[in-house]
Design a protein around this ligand. Structure first.
Ligand code: SF4
Length: 377
């Protein structure tokens, strides 16, 4: 198995909380999609393209690409690899880019899963973080996507938004449940250095939702989605049975993936590569016939930590037999000694040779994972 990630670093407007790399001007989009396919040709040997099962077009905002640019991307991929094993092609969209023609177009190009950043169904909360769309646009976008024949839809929400209360979060969750989408990702708002949101907070113009309220918001999220039949398969992700994000699941289990585009990351099973987080530098390096990525060969303990970190975020947890096989009996013993303490506190569970974080332990998952990681002296 393998995956391809394509990063589209354009956003028409910057959301105030966002520290992802993106640029507002989209006039380089033609050059950019050409560069992506040129990069694929340069790096085609890095992973086995015949093993690719998932493609994820993320950003930024991929839906700022017009259909001609999307066709260039998809045709370019098809010219280089067989889509025989590809079962999931996800594209992120912004609600106000969704039109019937656009969605029919991307469907005919092979996109079969849409991930849409909705964040909230309360307009004042959307305005508070400078989102481009309103709640009504998000609701009608879901209909439009379905009418175009794409039935696998994921919605992103954020809790802890400025001005958000338990009541308004509950309202957003109820709206979400009425839409009956297949997959939900929900994140706690974080105040990153250098963002407009953090500046507004530091100037006293907005108030951060306190941690205790965020904990209750997370619990409400988990309860409502469980009652509605969603599986809580990763700390921030919920799905109807069988609708897990296959692409993201492959990040969590260490499957190789090739990341194309500015700021994209790749992993070939041993080496992580980081493309330049700057559009100009990226385009210049591709034009010069190479990708100016930084490569990092992982030490064994970094691989161990990566495995612990990603596996324990999921409902499948981690198998200590795998730890023993990959990292030796000593590491298995160390893991079990620490994990057993958490099992006794009721925040981890053991089933067979697997350990996972219990629902009760989700809000302290960072602490649990940190304790289980290993730092070499
Ligand atoms: S649309 Fe997404 S990537 Fe773009 S600024 Fe907003 S949060 Fe960031």
């Amino acid at each position: 198995m393998a995956g391809i990630y394509i990063h589209i670093p354009f956003c028409k407007r910057k959301c105030s909380y966002c520290d992802f790399y993106s640029v507002a001007k989209t006039d380089a989009a033609d050059d950019y999609v050409s560069a992506i396919i040129a990069e694929l040709n340069l790096r085609a040997d890095e992973i086995n393209l015949a093993d690719v099962t998932t493609i994820y077009i993320g950003g930024g905002t991929p839906s700022v690409l017009n259909l001609r640019q999307m066709a260039y991307l998809m045709d370019g991929l098809r010219s280089r690899m067989d889509f025989g094993k590809v079962t999931e092609v996800t594209m992120e969209v912004n609600p106000d880019d969704v039109t019937a023609d656009y969605m029919s177009g991307v469907k005919s190009l092979g996109v079969n899963r849409i991930s849409m950043g909705v964040q909230s169904f309360v307009d004042a909360e959307l305005r508070a973080v400078n989102r481009r769309h309103n709640a009504e646009e998000a609701i009608s976008a879901i209909d439009t996507i379905r009418n175009a024949g794409i039935s696998n839809i994921s919605v992103d929400l954020i809790y802890g938004l400025p001005g958000q209360t338990l009541e308004s979060w509950s309202y957003s969750l109820n709206m979400l449940l009425q839409l009956d989408v297949q997959h939900v990702s929900a994140y706690n708002l974080s105040y990153e250095d250098g963002t407009a949101l953090t500046r507004l907070r530091d100037m006293g113009k907005i108030t951060e939702v306190d941690e205790d309220t965020c904990v209750v918001m997370y619990e409400l999220l988990c309860t409502k989605l469980a009652e509605a039949g969603y599986e809580h398969y990763e700390i921030s992700n919920f799905a109807r049975p069988g609708y897990y994000s296959r692409h993201n699941s492959s990040y969590w289990d260490g499957t190789p993936f090739l990341g194309l585009g500015a700021a994209a990351h790749s992993f070939d099973g041993k080496v992580r590569r980081y493309n330049p987080s700057n559009l100009k530098d990226y385009l210049a390096s591709i034009a010069a016939g190479h990708v100016a990525y930084e490569a990092e060969q992982e030490e064994w303990w970094q691989m161990y930590n990566e495995m612990v970190m990603v596996a324990l975020r999921t409902m499948w947890g981690i198998d200590v037999e795998t730890i023993a096989r990959r990292f030796g009996e000593k590491m298995r013993g160390r893991f079990e000694d620490i994990a057993q303490g958490f099992v006794e506190q009721g925040v981890m569970q053991k089933f067979g040779s697997n350990y996972k974080i219990a629902e009760k332990g989700m809000m302290m998952s960072d602490t649990i994972i940190r304790e289980l990681m290993y730092v070499e002296d």
